[in-house]
Design a protein around this ligand. Structure first.
Ligand code: ATP
Ligand code: MG
Length: 395
């Protein structure tokens, strides 16, 4: 009997056409995110099995719980044979060390030619448990212990300990997207939800030094690092937005500052996305959250690009977003007080219903195409990995 980790990937099995790509990507992602652990991985129809070569089960389980595309993670006992006598002997040994008062047996046969049917196996093994443990009872509705048996073609598996995986699709199966990552609460959560749908992310951050501080940039890098733990690393494009922002500030009526500034951010993001083969932009906009996120504003801003803009949080309440941010561990970093470029140039009365014709008219007042080209040419690329310790001390 060997202890292994069994991976179940529920949602994937419904995607028949793509299954090979999904499995290949999932396996690659597991190998990549667990590269510091010594493991081997095998497939067996509908399951993946990980054999830890050192006794590092807990480390591996913790890392597997951050991999999208995994539905359930199980520590299982593999028997070389699926003979019922062997299963009985193994179960008898295993339950000796477990305390429980109620139980049920759940059998799954992927080997449909097996001589016994699932209810018969449940019956035989249930009888065995009742004989071996004093005072235990069967409870099929709320058992303290569920004893799982899986009968496969040659081997069989016995397990009790199942943990939920993150679900979703393996990162990368749906291609790449570019996340507009600010230092706020929303955009990291939007990034997380997009990765969960199988999209690998690069990120773009607009900074305006000296109006924005190095701490603000470090904070964004820290957020990117937290997100990178779901995909191995993340490329962060840092755009120096100072000249564009100051030019807008000097030349354009202040109620339109934010609208025009965001149109510039969208234009630059779309160009970087094109260069980097990202098929979508992703951001943390949520309908009605601020003046730039009314429907009229979103329309005036969005229309400068043709690339699809995905807004995973469009219909979330702030409290729902905060609770997700806490779950994925970005919240404490997001609420650090360093200003990002939006907050500095915020006018007292930003327009709620900007007119497209006015946006276009005001934009003729500035040489924005030249400024955009310059900002893109000079932009900085940072490969953020989980091991880069830089600046983590200030948090
Ligand atoms: P967040 O929405 O992430 O909490 P925020 O509230 O400061 O940050 P908003 O003004 O609501 O940002 O902007 C909406 C979205 O636009 C953000 O979620 C983010 O995707 C994008 N965005 C805003 N500022 C920046 C920036 N400086 N760099 C990159 N993306 C940005
Ligand atoms: Mg926001």
């Amino acid at each position: 009997m060997t202890q292994k980790i069994m991976i179940k990937y529920g949602e994937l099995t419904t995607k028949k056409d793509n299954i090979n790509l999904f499995l290949k990507t999932l396996k690659q992602n597991i190998e990549h995110l667990l590269k510091e652990e010594e493991i081997t991985i095998e497939y067996d129809s509908g399951r993946m099995f990980i054999t830890p070569l050192k006794n590092n089960f807990e480390d591996i389980l913790n890392k597997l719980q951050k991999i999208f595309g995994i539905h359930e993670i199980v520590i299982c006992n593999e028997l070389e044979d699926n003979n019922i006598e062997q299963i009985k002997e193994a179960l008898e040994n295993l339950i000796q060390n477990i305390e429980f008062k109620t139980f049920k047996i759940e059998t799954k046969r992927s080997n449909k030619n097996y001589s016994l049917k699932s209810p018969e196996i449940n019956h035989i093994l249930g009888g065995l448990v009742l004989k071996n443990k004093e005072k235990v009872k069967v409870d099929v509705h709320h058992p303290e212990l569920t004893i799982h048996i899986e009968i496969r073609l040659k081997k069989s598996y016995l397990y009790f300990d199942t943990r939920k995986g993150l679900g979703g699709y393996p990162v990368g199966t749906l291609g790449k997207g570019l996340l507009m990552l600010s230092g706020g609460i929303d955009s990291p959560v939007a990034g997380y939800l997009t990765m969960k749908r199988g999209v690998k992310l690069e990120a773009i951050y607009f900074e305006s030094p000296p109006h924005t501080s190095l701490e603000a940039k470090n904070k964004v890098e820290s957020l990117a690092r937290i997100l990178s733990s779901y995909q191995g690393e993340i490329k962060l494009h840092v755009i120096n937005f100072t000249e564009i922002q100051e030019t807008i500030y000097k030349n354009i009526p202040h109620e339109y500052l934010i609208t025009i500034m965001r149109r510039m951010m969208y234009r630059i993001s779309a160009k970087i996305a094109y260069q980097r083969k990202c098929k979508i932009l992703v951001n943390g906009e949520s309908i009605g959250q601020v003046a730039s996120q009314t429907l009229t504003s979103m329309n005036a801003i969005n229309m400068v690009v043709t690339i699809p803009v995905i807004r995973p949080l469009a219909c979330f309440d702030k409290l729902e977003i905060i609770s997700l941010a806490q779950q994925i561990n970005t919240y404490d970093t997001s609420i650090l007080p360093f200003e990002d470029c939006c907050t500095i140039f915020v006018p007292e009365h930003p327009i709620i219903n900007p007119e497209i014709s006015k946006c276009e008219e005001y934009e003729t007042l500035i040489p924005y195409e030249k400024l955009i080209e310059k900002a893109i040419q000079n932009h900085e690329e940072i490969l953020v990995t989980k091991n880069k310790q830089q600046f983590e001390d200030i948090l």
